[in-house]
Design a protein around this ligand. Structure first.
Ligand code: ADP
Ligand code: MG
Length: 724
């Protein structure tokens, strides 16, 4: 083999079935489980290690503690206790004693364990003088096999019934044939980050002499995962900067100036700075790819509107893309509100968007905004227009700003001169993805401002948004008092309702948010209606409104308008109010079954109160039945800092839930943990960006380029790397 032949990049082309042990059915089973090549096998690292030196004889094992014992299965049987419940009983013996073991519905065949040597890890208990273990983790150790005579035994995660023993042998063979695996990471970087070379790391992660060695090996492999991702991001960023041509927006600033000047408040320093960053980006011919991050209520909408107006001022159109129809509607309301306030859009007389909107005699420039979703089509400049008309108005440039869902704008609408897209993204996953708006605008690529509704932790934005420039709104508009938060149990609601009444009597308004019913907005609506009836009964003297997802658009608009105008005191609502609702007079929010909501959702909801002169108060009604639910409630009571909550959320949920299903590709994080390994992530990012700075196409580092191609076969950066 040549040195190149031993690179992980090359070994992705060697089929796993070529490894001794893995010809035939086993290899096919591995392939089906995503372990397709020798590289995949080498990176299928042990999920844990058995340290034989710490294994205790049964007679000396401490009771009521987690222990690992090794013994032989002397008897084993299974029976069906009742429908759907299979009980396995076994006796495991070592030289010092025996332990009775039970498993429920374990799924393994009794024959697989009979007479085998196993390692059991779990809690040892004593019952009527006998030792027992309930549902311990069991790993079969093949007797007589030389690989397990070492002190530390690797336990690889089974793949489609191919168990640890087979995997251990297969990895051993694969390593013997491919070592020394080449190391594409420059020695300078390895020294600086104090990581071992790749060949040593691969050896030691699978067959460490001791657990310290395994840790050192892990560090190197984690670095590699981060380094590959950050390298791709650095290249993607570079590629965007070099390849595409965007619109150089060179307006005279008059429209943005008029907008800012007519707002009822001065911009915060942060808003001023960020609008400056965006305007500068937009004035250049490079397409903008910028992430706008900021706390709930920090005034992101104002910034987004300023960006859209830069486009309009230069004679172009802007688009706002939201993940859902509800969010699109709310963005539309938020944007038209601000434009109205600044005298740049005709005032909406009835708030429904369908009545007579256009008031003759409006002076100065006006900006027309359209909302286009699956169920709605409206435009501030043409109240009577139907969908077909609206679409043609967008196509011939009579509409300046279009708000819609991602799908609609990406695939459906033709613009006459789209130059700027504000993209509201809940999450975005993976490297090399971006919004494909190119065709829309012809040869030019629109400027993009990506917004997230809630802050995301720095470590996450480094991995998910690492190819974007970041603008941070790290300052709240003045005069806000942080909203106070308390948690109460459902049996303790009387004082809460008393407080609701006194807020209303003082002329302020209250939201009551109804339980989340996932996947059934019908049931959710029914529960909201029930609560509405109940609270109407409880507060006969107050005006109680109702808002849920099953209402017709005009009914929703009416409910919102009642809240805006102050004609209802209390609004019973589902999470449709989550984002964008801005009622400065609302001071209190009661969230029912609060433990069922996610943290960022709770944070968004809470952000709807305390937006005016009076401090807000949030009541979380919950009787948490899960640990996570309890942790979320605790976090909400403890802080109002969105960045802190976002971090806490990541801690509670784990990164797996954030990266979701994408966590299966060869280039994704497997060992690396962005919370635990933050230092390595930050270091890898620094190194990757520095390297791309001096070697933008990896011409000096062909082995790295090859590795990226092998690990991210679908990414756009790959095309970029090899286009020249
Ligand atoms: P975000 O989208 O960041 O959660 P919004 O853009 O909805 O926040 O703004 C929250 C509220 O603050 C709105 O009522 C908005 O009009 C107001 N606001 C925005 N910027 C300022 C400012 N500089 N001074 C005072 N109020 C502001
Ligand atoms: Mg907003």
């Amino acid at each position: 083999m040549t040195t190149r032949g031993r690179s992980l990049a090359y070994l992705t082309s060697v089929d796993v079935t070529e490894v001794k042990e893995l010809g035939g059915a086993r290899g096919r089973a591995l392939r089906a489980g995503g372990v397709e090549s020798v590289t995949d096998l080498l990176l299928h690292t042990p999920r844990r290690y058995l340290d034989r030196s710490t294994v205790v004889p049964l007679a000396q094992a401490p009771v009521d503690k987690e222990v690992t014992v090794i013994g032989r299965v002397t008897s084993i049987s299974s029976r069906r206790v009742r429908k759907g419940l299979v009980l396995v009983n076994a006796v495991v013996a070592d030289e010092s004693g025996t332990v009775a073991v039970t498993w429920f519905n374990q799924g393994f065949r009794v024959n697989q364990l009979k007479d085998r040597e196993v390692a059991l890890s779990g809690k040892l208990e004593r019952f009527k003088g006998r030792l027992q273990m309930k549902s311990p983790v069991a790993d079969v150790l093949s007797g007589g096999e030389s690989l397990t005579t070492g002190r530390v035994v690797p336990i690889h995660r089974s793949v489609n019934d191919v168990g640890p023993t087979t995997l251990r042998k297969a990895v051993h063979n694969a390593l013997r044939r491919s070592q020394p695996v080449a190391d594409p990471v420059p020695a300078r970087i390895r020294r600086h980050r104090e990581v071992v070379d790749r060949a040593a790391a691969l050896q030691a992660i699978h067959f460490p002499e001791n657990l310290g060695e395994a840790r050192t090996a892990r560090k190197r492999l984690v670095f590699d995962e981060f380094f590959r991702i950050e390298l791709s991001l650095a290249l993607a960023k570079r590629q965007k900067a070099e390849s595409a041509v965007g619109v150089a927006h060179r307006g005279d600033g008059s429209l943005v100036g008029a907008f800012v000047g007519a707002l009822g408040f001065p911009l915060t320093d942060a808003q001023r700075r960020v609008i400056g960053e965006i305007t500068e980006d937009m004035a250049s011919t490079h397409p903008m790819h910028r992430l706008l991050q900021g706390e709930v209520g920090s005034g992101k909408t104002v910034v987004a509107v300023a960006a859209l107006l830069v486009a309009v001022e230069a004679g172009h159109q802007g688009a706002v893309m939201a993940p859902t129809e509800v969010l699109a509607t709310q963005h539309f309301l938020g944007i038209t509100d601000l434009l109205e306030g600044a005298g740049l859009a005709p005032a909406q007389s009835d708030g429904s968007g369908t009545g007579s909107l256009f008031e003759a005699g409006t002076e100065g420039p006006t900006v027309s905004v359209a909302l286009l979703t699956g169920s709605q089509a409206l435009c501030t400049a043409a109240p009577g227009a139907d969908r077909t008309e609206l679409v043609s108005m967008i196509a011939d440039g009579r509409v300046d700003i279009v708000v819609g869902t991602h799908a609609l704008i990406q695939e459906g609408v033709a613009f006459s001169a789209l130059s700027t897209a504000v993209v509201d993204e809940q999450h975005r996953f993976g490297v090399g993805q971006r919004v494909a708006l190119k065709e829309q605008a012809g040869a030019i690529e629109p400027d993009q401002l990506i917004m997230t509704a809630t802050p995301i932790p720095r470590t996450l934005s480094m991995t998910l948004y690492g190819d974007l420039d970041v603008s941070l709104l790290d300052e709240m508009p003045p005069g806000r008092t942080p909203t106070t938060t308390e948690a109460v149990t459902p049996t303790d609601l009387d004082p809460v309702w008393d407080r609701v009444r006194s807020e209303a009597v003082a002329g302020r308004q209250v939201f009551v948010v109804c339980p989340l019913v996932e996947e059934s907005s019908k049931v959710e609506a029914a529960s909201a209606t029930e609560w509405h009836d109940r609270l109407s009964g409880l507060f006969p003297d107050l005006a109680v409104g109702l808002l849920h997802g099953q209402l017709k658009p005009e009914e929703k608009a009416e409910a919102m308008e009642q809240m805006r105008s102050g004609s209802v005191d209390l609004l019973v609502a589902t999470t449709v109010i989550e984002v964008g609702i801005d009622i400065p007079n609302a001071t209190m929010m009661v969230i029912l079954d609060a433990d069922r909501f996610g943290l960022s959702q709770l944070h968004q909801l809470r952000g709807r109160v305390g937006r005016g002169a009076h401090p807000g108060h949030c009541v979380l009604v919950a009787d948490p039945t899960t640990e996570d639910g309890e942790a979320r409630i605790e976090a909400m009571v403890a802080t109002t800092d969105g960045f802190r909550l976002a971090e806490r959320d990541l801690e509670i949920r784990g990164q797996g839930s954030v990266f979701g299903d994408r966590q299966s590709g060869r280039g994704d994080l497997r060992l690396g943990d962005i919370l635990r390994d933050t230092d390595l992530l930050v270091g890898a990012r620094e190194d990757a960006f520095a390297l791309v700075d001096v070697d933008p196409q990896l011409a000096e580092h062909p082995e790295l380029a090859e590795e990226l191609t092998a690990f991210f076969p679908d990414a756009e950066v790959v095309e970029y790397l090899f286009k020249s």
